[in-house]
Design a protein around this ligand. Structure first.
Ligand SMILES: [Zn+2]
Length: 487
């Protein structure tokens, strides 16, 4: 079966997928509250005959949709959460739709639908005689809350042979690098309030406890291995200077390339918190609010993605808005630094840079963290970026929101084809599958995976979000899905 099978299937749904991405863009919801997007995506999958399990890992908007029987199982992931405060029109000037409202600044409206296009295309190929199954894993709360961690530990990826995923960006390339594992902690300190001038001896300052812990963290920085990163903020430090603060809270992150190193430094951090409690004569409570793994790369899958992109070739975006958005970014030479000089010259002169290129991060550990890390510990994970945004567009910018609701859909359809094509290759090429699995095993396999989150962690409670009442309509039609009420 050829790549054409996939590209034709995606092109046949061009309008449907484009409209769906725009619709989700128009209904931006943040972590764990993304009922609109989840409903739309589930609706399309259910109507196409996918078996859908909703509420995976006890997360209401998390779902796994499966098509096909027997044979190898390949999968893709779809994110769909938005960001707070990034509301923006699909225009080339900064202009919110709703001041302070949510917006798709990371292009996750494209992310969810691009992966959907791939899953639907592979389902078509299965109908046409291809042996195997395809799984679409709907993964909420990437921007905050680490939804995939709860899905991973609930077994959502256990019977999948390989997953191919992507992220919006401004070039077309596989992602071959790793990134940092991270632990997040909330620290609550309880002391004793009193008048700061009249009776300081009667008080015990919760803020002092926090400051002592922060001082410890500063000293720790000198003696942790080089790539470890420690950051903190005080989220509550008291209300008035003449009152000894009875309660104070802070948030802390520990990052390192390996899970083991994060565990070690986190254990030291907990001991430091005990020390701060002793020194300040206060109670210190440490709650773990996040714990994720770094990404384990799979270069074999990266190469397969690169080959598929090479077969697809570049694409074009013909929309004056693309040029205007590109111009609004001003000088992007900093972002272009990562390209080789030839590509840099061509990218500099165009609104969109769409020729497929080799991975820019092979062998590197990126200074970021993603909940895809946990997925990559359980199943071979291939990742890629496609050019949904004008050259040099930073994620979480208003330009990224504008492009995600307009000129970005061409790059999204490209992602559908690149993912779909790579999944098709995995299903038809037993040797490739074996190589992908061999690399995964060589890098440690799945057996050592143990979620870094405590068993009783409640994602809603940890993020301070109310659990939504979510009952999917299972309808692909927007009116039936409730869109009409929202406008
Ligand atoms: Zn993102």
């Amino acid at each position: 079966m050829e790549l054409d099978t996939v590209t034709d299937a995606v092109e046949a749904r061009r309008e449907e997928l484009t409209a769906l991405a725009r619709d989700i863009w128009e209904h931006p919801q943040t972590a764990f509250e993304e009922t609109y997007a989840a409903d739309r995506l589930i609706g399309v999958l259910a109507e196409r005959g996918f078996d859908v399990e909703v509420g995976v890992g006890d997360v209401e908007t998390a779902f796994v949709a499966r098509y096909g029987e027997d044979g190898p199982v390949v999968g893709t992931m779809g994110e769909f959460d938005a960001l707070p405060g990034l509301s923006q029109r699909a225009s080339a000037t900064k202009e919110p739709i709703e001041a302070g409202g949510n917006g798709h600044g990371c292009g996750h409206n494209l992310f969810g639908v691009g992966s959907l296009g791939a899953a639907l295309a592979v389902a078509d190929a299965i109908d046409a005689g291809l042996e195997g199954s395809v799984v679409y894993v709907g993964t909420p709360a990437e921007e905050a809350g680490a939804g995939k961690v709860y899905m991973a530990r609930a077994g959502a990826f256990d019977d999948v042979d390989a997953v191919v995923s992507w992220h919006p960006g401004w070039y077309n390339a596989p992602t071959k690098g790793s990134c940092l594992a991270v632990d997040g902690f909330e620290v609550t300190v309880n002391g004793e309030s009193s008048h700061a001038a009249a009776s300081p001896e009667a008080g015990r300052s919760a803020l002092d406890g926090l400051q002592l812990l922060n001082t410890a963290v500063e000293y720790m920085r000198e003696h942790v291995p080089d790539p470890v990163r420690l950051h903190y903020v005080i989220t509550e430090g008291g209300d008035a200077a003449n009152v000894v603060p009875p309660e104070a809270t802070g948030e802390y992150l520990v990052r390192a390339p390996s899970r083991d190193l994060v565990d070690d430094v986190s254990a030291w951090f907990r001991r430091a918190a005990e020390g701060a409690a002793l020194m300040g004569d206060v109670d210190v409570e440490v709650t773990k609010i996040s714990g994720i793994y770094g990404v384990r790369p799979n270069e074999t899958l990266g190469d397969a993605i690169r080959e598929t992109m090479g077969d697809l070739g570049p694409f074009s975006v013909d929309d004056p808005l693309a040029d205007d958005l590109r111009e609004s970014l001003g000088d992007v030479s900093g972002q272009l630094e990562e390209l080789d000089p030839d590509h840099r010259d061509r990218a500099r002169d165009s609104a969109y840079f769409t020729e497929p290129i080799d991975a820019l991060d092979a062998g590197e550990v990126g200074s970021y963290s993603t909940d895809s890390g946990d997925v990559s510990q359980i199943v071979p994970l291939g990742r890629m970026t496609t050019a949904t945004w004008p050259v040099g567009t930073p994620p979480h910018s208003w330009q990224a929101v504008a492009a995600s609701g307009s000129t970005g859909t061409e790059g999204m359809l490209y992602a559908s084809k690149a993912i779909g094509g790579t999944l098709l290759r995995l299903l038809t090429d037993e040797e490739l599958r074996a190589e992908v699995v061999a690399e995964f095993e060589e890098r440690g396999g799945a057996d050592g995976y143990e979620s870094a989150m405590p068993d009783d962690a409640d994602p809603y409670e940890l993020l301070g979000v109310e659990r939504p009442d979510f009952e999917p309509t299972l309808e692909a039609d927007p009116a039936a899905a409730g869109a009409a009420d929202d406008d």
